[in-house]
Design a protein around this ligand. Structure first.
Ligand SMILES: Cc1ncc(COP(=O)(O)O)c(C=O)c1O
Length: 401
């Protein structure tokens, strides 16, 4: 029963009791294939034994002290992430740990403002993209390029200049604006509809940031930790940001976020600049280290690339008819295991129909069926996902309401 909860979510009529790998079971014992992973969180699937063991061991040892003291697991996690972020110079990277994606973005926004302060800029501007999503706190919803999320919460936090996504010229046009200090983007827009920019986009952003002394800040909250077939989505282009934000897959369900910065950006915060009571506590850091161990040992980044390719190819082939008819499905797109099936019209009702058939998916930007299966997904489960989606579309394609 959810009547005692604020009505912030349109919840599906199902309660899950437990999970195993990519599978979930509800209170009636019905089994579901989870092709959403708690919106890109449970990259190792559910109840992974190595993560469960790390969490229970740590719970029996030490849950929390405070960032007033040293936290060895936090330092180790920072080191491990630094090595992945900038392998040729990990010492240039520093991490700040928090509890969510929005908080990771908040830390980045504060870094950009600190950069502005140091330069004597009183009204700093951060360039953000239309269709972007960065969270639900006041600053991050102000950075988000979706009015639905903002209406009712005005006045918005000032200091964000919005440009179209995947349009380097629109960013370049702001080069003469002396108040601009940073660019904040998702390398692939997730909530915006699995929107993949052109190959050169991030490299162009990198060049513009270098030329103008702007921080290049990438929100990898959804795309990071192997989801797209690289540890971080920017690695597909080689355009290394100055600041990178992580959450979701980092903890596999344990609430943790991270703001990683390199070079001079890593030195902007000084004692007292920022903080969090729970951020980076022993429990969540130990869990995240276990997650990283499994991803590395099981080669899940490469596996995500292979499975993503297989899933996209199978969907494209199975939907050939719908694609060529052009009036039902216009595109199957994605990178790694972040996939969108783009419909010609709103398709939100597919979520409930998929649920009834035992498949968890979601719809974003009203017409994009989004798949974020766990990185451990196998070929048989991929076949099941494709079969169910094809059946849904062929039996009863989305109609205009
Ligand atoms: C790209 C991106 N940034 C930030 C967030 C916000 O993360 P959280 O809900 O953990 O605050 C999300 C959540 O969907 C996201 O996809």
């Amino acid at each position: 029963m959810t009547t005692s909860l604020m009505q912030t979510y349109a919840r599906a009529p199902v309660d899950f009791t437990h999970g195993q790998g990519p599978w979930l079971w509800d209170t009636d014992g019905k089994k579901y294939l989870d092709a959403l992973s708690g919106v890109g969180v449970c990259c190792l699937g559910h109840a992974h034994p190595a993560v469960a063991k790390a969490i229970s061991e740590q719970a029996g040892r030490l849950l929390h002290t405070s960032n007033l003291y040293g936290i060895p697991h936090q330092s180790e996690l920072g080191r491990r992430l630094a090595g992945l972020f900038n392998p040729s110079d990990p010492a240039s990277v520093k991490a700040f740990f928090c509890n969510s994606g929005a908080e990771a973005n908040e830390a980045a926004i504060k870094l950009a403002r600190k950069h502005a302060h140091n330069k004597g800029i009183a009204s700093p501007e951060i360039i953000v993209a239309r269709g972007g999503f960065h969270g639900r706190t006041l600053a991050t919803l102000s950075a988000t390029g979706n009015q639905k999320i903002q209406i009712g919460f005005e006045p918005l936090v000032p200091g964000f200049t919005r440009v179209p996504f995947d349009d380097p010229a629109a960013i370049e046009a702001l080069a003469n604006n002396p108040n601009v200090v940073a660019v904040l983007l998702e390398p692939i827009q997730g909530e915006g509809g699995v929107v993949i920019p052109s190959d050169d986009y991030l490299r162009a952003v990198r060049r513009l940031c270098d030329e103008n002394d702007w921080l290049m800040m990438l929100d990898e909250v959804q795309t990071g930790m192997g989801r797209t077939g690289q540890w971080f989505a920017w690695q597909h282009s080689g355009a290394m940001p100055d600041v990178m934000l992580l959450a979701k897959g980092l903890g596999n369900g344990v609430p943790i976020g991270a703001c990683l910065a390199r070079g001079w950006a890593a030195e902007l915060f000084t004692p007292g600049s920022h903080g969090s009571t729970f951020g980076g506590n022993p429990l969540v850091c130990r869990a995240a280290l276990a997650v990283m161990d499994v991803i590395e040992k099981e080669g899940l980044v490469e596996h995500a690339a292979r499975m993503g390719h297989a899933l996209r190819a199978a969907l494209t082939e199975a939907l050939t008819e719908a694609l060529s008819a052009g009036h039902i499905v216009s595109e199957v797109r994605g990178q790694g295991l972040m996939i969108g099936v783009v419909f010609e019209r709103p398709c939100t009702e597919l979520v409930g129909r998929a649920l009834a058939r035992g498949l968890l998916v979601n719809v974003t930007a009203s017409n994009v069926l989004r798949l974020l299966p766990p990185l451990i997904i196998g070929e048989q489960e991929i076949r099941q996902i494709v079969e169910t989606i094809v059946e849904l579309i062929h039996n009863s394609p989305p109609t205009v309401e």
